[in-house]
Design a protein. Sequence first.
Length: 235
Amino acid sequence: MFTGIVQGIATVAALADRPGLRSFTLRFPPGFADGLAIGASVAVDGVCLTVTELVGTDGARFDVMQQSLSLTTLGTLAEGSRVNVERAAKDGAEIGGHPLSGHVDFTATVAEVRQPENNHVLRIAVPAPWMRYVFPKGYIAINGASLTVAEADREAGWFEVWLIPETLRQTTFGEKAPGAALNVEIERATQVFVDTVRATLEERLGPLLPALESLLRERGLNPEALAGGAPKLPG
C-alpha cells in the first residue's frame, strides 16, 4: 500500500527489453534507497513495481510486464525520463494522502495548464466510463500523487486539480504540458459507492432504467445523476 505522498523524483538511467518484459534502472534522490531491499515495492508514477536488483547505493532495477507497459505511461519512458516515486508504506505510517494500491485504472491526458498566482492548475481529460467516479472535493491519484479534485464536468469529460509550489517541487507535474499522458487510480471507496448504487438501481428498476435515462437526457440531465452525488469519503 502507498499513501499518495510522493517522496521524490527518480530518473530512468537505463532500460532493456527482454521477451515479455522491459527492465528499468532508476536512480533515486539522496536517501531514498536507504534500506531498500530486493522484493520491496516502489510506486513509479503510481504503478506498483518490485525491486529485482539493487544498483549501487542509489539505484534499483525493476521488471515491467508488457500488459503494464501498454496500460500505463511506463511504456513511453526513455533514458533520462523523470518519474514520481514513493516507497511502500510501513505499518503505522501516517496517511497524508489516501490509501493507494499502485494499480492504475486508466490513463488520462492533460487538456489545459493554467498558472494563476502561486498556483498551477491542470485540467485533465478523462475517458467517459471513468468520469462517474470523479467528484469535486473527492480524492484521486495522478502519477502516484494523492490529489483533491477541485472541479469536474462530467458532460465535457474533464476535472481539474490545483497544485501548490511544494507539490510542484516534489513531483514532475510542473513538466507536464497539454497532451501529456497521466496514470490515474481512482479512490476505491468512491468506486464501491458508485457501483453499488448503480447495481441497486439496475436491479430495482430493471426494464424501466433505459426509459428513465432517456427522460433525463431529454431534460438536459446526465443519466449518471441516477447514482447521486457521492460525497468525499474518508481514506
